[in-house]
Design a protein around this ligand. Structure first.
Ligand code: GDP
Ligand code: IMO
Ligand code: MG
Length: 423
């Protein structure tokens, strides 16, 4: 059984919560793209865990894997393991494996990301974690891989090979190239290489082998459909492919093995960083949703931009990912908002569109066409059965389901694992 979970909007849909919830039914949880730009929050009995690289199944009893399509900052991973260990969770090599070919985020990637972003007149609003520059090096074949990190000799040889080019790049962006010779971080990276050497594995082999034995694998996506480097709202995207097909390519698992593709979707929409968001609410309703939903970035703490549910984007997300099921999160956040609006189409240059235009600049010019739905005042966070929802909340869910035409597997009414029920 092979299930893929992706974000269907601009990230932060609640993937971490749902992956944690579903882990009880799976043997392996695998991250397939992105890096520590991701922030996945898992809440169990009120205790909050913020995860950036460790797959969100870590609190349960499953094998965890980090695939070769991800970009790993070993300092972040080390801090995360320490945080988990402080909470009594030991992440050793039996629990977690990292593919030998995984790209390593180096301090010069973080430096270049910051320099490039400052130099841009029209900013992207990256997380400044070096994600884009790590992926550039992967494609340019100048990356440091996990296997290089694990051997001091290999790491130093590779750095010597790469150094002149990186110094030139940093200088060109008016940065200080001395970072390339700074022994402090090089020594730290050698230590981290020794720490993570036992975790090295072949992810494709492990996953295919497990599938052959009838085991259940869950691939955990990071970011979201509209941050996809190819199909998202470029240039305002991340540097990896975040849609479901990326799981197969990045993990080395054939598309014929996929059984289920689940999209996580918020009952409204949010975005961090720049780029079009047609239904954005720049008023007190937007502030209300931000406060009620705790819509502040898990990784950077930036306020998330909030808007009404966007059906054209949801429809395209279904096409791009091939969703078999959806999970609707954050229904509780919409309590006490009257009316609740659904963007059912756009208007662009006098035409009505029910599917997003392909060009990002056209999407930025789209004016939402809304259908208003009655709101409710009841607090939903204590509800554990769909039939106990107020009629207006049920009507809202049913409206979304019929418009998107994909079933909701779960409804989520709070951050905690327990605050979830089947539809
Ligand atoms: P991810 O990146 O998709 O894993 O999402 P994040 O963890 O970055 O952001 C989602 C936030 O909403 C986290 O703080 C979650 O704890 C929280 N959350 C998830 N589901 C719900 C829900 O149904 N209701 C509320 N109120 N919060 C939720
Ligand atoms: P999770 O997995 C929301 C956004 C950044 C920026 C753009 C590019 O928690 O859903 P990058 O640092 O990746 O080069 O930044 O992508 N971004 C996210 N937004 N959730 C995320 O991850 C994100 N990861 C990157 O804000 O707009
Ligand atoms: Mg997040």
């Amino acid at each position: 059984m092979f299930t893929i979970i992706t974000g269907s909007q601009f990230g932060d849909e609640g993937k971490g919560k749902i992956v944690d919830l579903m882990t009880k039914d799976y043997d392996m949880i695998v991250r397939f793209q992105g890096g520590d730009n991701a922030g996945h929050t898992v809440v169990v009995n009120g205790k909050k865990y913020k995860l950036h690289l460790t797959p969100s199944g870590v609190l349960q009893d499953a094998r965890l894997l980090i695939g070769p399509g991800t970009v790993v900052n070993p300092q972040t991973l080390s801090q995360e393991f320490d945080m988990l260990s402080d909470n009594g969770i030991n992440v050793d090599e039996h629990k977690l494996g990292i593919d030998a070919k995984t790209s390593i985020i180096m301090p010069y990637h973080v430096e270049l990301d910051g320099l490039r972003e400052s130099a841009r007149t029209d900013k992207i609003g990256t997380t400044k974690r070096g994600i884009g520059y790590a992926y550039i090096d992967k494609v340019a074949r100048d990356e440091i891989q996990m296997a290089d990190l694990a051997s001091e000799e290999q790491l130093r040889n590779r750095l010597n090979e790469i150094r002149p080019m990186k110094e030139a790049q940093i200088k060109e962006l008016n940065g200080n190239p001395s970072i390339m010779k700074d022994e402090t971080w090089i020594k730290t990276y050698c230590d981290l290489g020794r720490r993570f050497a036992p975790y090295i594995t072949d992810v494709s082999f492990e996953v295919n082998n497990a599938l052959d034995k009838g085991k259940k694998i869950l691939a955990e996506g990071a970011q979201g459909t509209y941050l996809d480097v190819i199909h998202g709202t470029s240039k305002f995207v991340t540097s990896s492919s975040c849609i479901a097909g990326s799981a197969c390519a990045n993990l080395g698992v054939g598309p014929t093995r996929v059984d289920q593709v689940i999209g996580i979707v918020k009952a409204y929409i949010t975005r961090v960083g720049e780029g079009p968001l047609p239904t954005e609410l720049k008023d007190s309703t937007g502030d209300l949703i931000r406060q009620a939903g705790g819509e502040f970035g898990t990784t950077t703490g930036r306020p998330r931009r909030c808007g009404w549910f966007d059906l054209p984007l949801a429809k395209k997300a279904v096409a791009l990912n091939g969703y078999t099921d959806l999970v609707l999160t954050k229904m509780d956040v919409l309590s006490s908002i009257h009316p609740i609006r659904i963007c059912v189409a756009y208007e662009l240059d006098g035409k009505k569109l029910d599917y997003p235009p392909e060009s990002t600049s056209d999407l930025a010019r789209c004016i939402p066409v809304y259908k208003d739905m009655a709101g409710w005042d009841e607090d939903l966070t204590g509800i554990r059965n769909v039939n106990d929802l107020p009629d207006e909340a049920l009507a809202y869910i049913e409206k979304l389901r019929s418009l998107i035409n994909v079933p909701f597997k779960y409804i989520s009414v709070g951050p905690d694992r327990e605050q979830t029920f089947t539809n």
